[in-house]
Ligand binder design. Sequence first.
Ligand code: ADP
Ligand code: ZN
Ligand code: ZN
Length: 749
Amino acid sequence: MGYSMPTSGIMMFYSCASTMPDSTIFVAVAIPTPLRNLFHYSLPANERVTIGSRVRVPFGSRKLIGVVTEVNSRPDIDIAKVRPVLEVLGAGGNLTEPILRLCRWASDYYHHPIGEVFAAALPSLLRKGADPQEPSQILILTPSGSLIDQQSLGRAHAQRKLLGALQQSGRTREELSAMDISSQTIRSIEKKDWAKWHAEVPAPLEPFSSGSVNHSGITVTEEQATAIDAVQNRTDGKPFLLYGVTGSGKTEVYLRVIEPLLKAGKQVLILVPEIGLTPQTISRFQDRFDVPITILHSSLTDKQRALGWLQAREGSAGIILGTRSAIYTPLKFPGAIIVDEEHDASYKQQDGFRYSARDLAVLRAGFEGLPVILGSATPSLESLHNADSGKYHLLELATRPPGIEPERYELLDTRHLEQKDGLTRALRHRIGERLANKEQVLIFINRRGFAPVMICNDCSWIAHCSRCDAKLTYHLNTNTLVCHHCGTISHNITRCQSCRSSQLSPLGLGTQRIEQTLTAMFPEFPVLRIDRDSTRRKGSMESFISEINTGESAILVGTQILAKGHHFPNVTLVAMLDIDSGFYSADFRATEKLGQIILQVGGRSGRADKPGTVTIQTAFATHPLMETLVQDGYFEFATGLLQERKEAGLPPFTFHAIIRAEANSSTTARLFLESIIAKVQVRNTVNLLGPIPALMEKKAGRYRQLLIVISANRSDLHREVRHIIQTTESLPDSKKVRWSVDVDPTDMF
Ligand code: ADP
Ligand code: ZN
Ligand code: ZN
């Protein structure tokens, strides 16, 4: 690839004082397009750029925002044809040197075009060319506007609402439209000279200063102290894997590690899983430290996100707490990086630019010389293997702090037990007992909706999605059949599509069905269903949590949404239903994921005076892996799985990359991959497996075939992938078939 960048942290400034052609400066620009090359432009006189500057450039007939990767470049086309940069954008939005380096590395490693990687690293407002330091226009009251008696406006409700809002503070157009105030209302108030637009220059962002620390009387355990000490007095640059069962005090270790850093004016970047960013997690950090915290999550407005990015970049936020894409946040005073629940699937981006934020965190920490902690009660096999092989330091919290009892696991073997609506008699009995005892019960079933299958009793027809290789899930409340993979919804299906019979019945279990069953079984107790359907509305999760925290006896029914960031001290029984598919899935990672979810959900329950019991209904009660998991714990379980992976030559003992082809027909996708295979020369240190259909071959109307590249050696793998990409780009079909590269894939869908 033709880009080059200074390896030191020096930012070089170039300017051009003359318009003489021979002194014209050219720059190489990375542009967000699927093309892998850089593009050259001339820099207008008197403009200055650095590597990392955002520039607006002509691209075909469009104008795009790109990032300068080289100054004084040598255009690879006739100089007379080089077009000029249209605009150099505000330097406050430039990519900093460490982020440039991270992006460049990621582009190389994940074989993704650098322009798209930069675009992923920038908040969307900056990506669209906005200038974060530019004054923003706000609507403020004029002196005559502030004298208006709102009562005098009578029935002009909209105007009254607008004046009321402006009396509190000036508002941006974005804020006003969020309040449903129309531009017509704004204009009418402007015309009366009651309000006017005013350019507000943002206050300069000052470095944060750390205030008091609130320890609330916790004395750390010996194991915690050892872990804290190891990070604070580290002697090498290796990452730390903090492995501790849920409730063992990992968060307390994070808090203690970052305390001296904040006092020294250093910033800390903390990554959490998508649904781990709960009010409970945020307040742990807010309650402890008196420093500004920037929170980056998916429901921020573009403006809020850009502001958060800027606060981090300018050093005015002490803690930056965010989900996957927060890994690209620049830090002015970097102190440490923490990845909580490092095993979580949400750290892997599964489309477009596919990267692992956890792995990038390790890389970035290395580049910036920072300590990095990966924490989990159920570490990924990759991270455990890295600890085994000495690449990571393993820090273990094997015991819980005093007063926090471990939960107890119990297997109910469904092969010998009669069930009613998915519940064994033993389980029904235990649920009743806990409720009568004024305790709470959590029923885990990882499938939303009423039933995963709708079947015709007369001809055994099953409702399938027409666009995916998937059955439709029946949703009772809305009386719809929904595809959970492409979102297709069919309303009012009353007849079999094959024999027209009206004898359709739902088969299997979903959260809605369990909710209905338990409501009928225990009518005097509230049943709270917590899944993506019931928490879609903003604030609904918070209201569930506060209802649960009243401690009244209740039944919670939920999916894995419950498994992160929450603790339910009044829940003393966790029942897990219908988990067995983890044992017979075609995905070799399914057992690892199953073990993780069992312990993560189980670990939500109980407290000192009321330890939790976790009851698992399964037909695999005597499966050796299941027995190991509940009797010996996660470490033994994972060690067994690692041994199996080693024998089978699977990751983390080999390295994988997937070339995915997507087309309108299965044959087109398969033939495309076959034509790649026919053209590439494979070294004997690399294996090509495929083409094979993806686990769900047809999804949203398109067919996916995979080519898996396997090697025991990373550099051989990358060399082969590069070779495949070059070959593929030269194929005549490469534009007809959508194809992508996935390095270190985490699923085969
Ligand atoms: P984890 O992050 O491993 O799930 P937490 O850090 O949230 O664990 O700790 C679980 C609970 O135990 C929290 O309420 C925390 O305040 C408490 N805790 C942590 N460390 C100690 C300690 N050394 N002594 C007493 N309580 C502790
Ligand atoms: Zn039928
Ligand atoms: Zn579908």
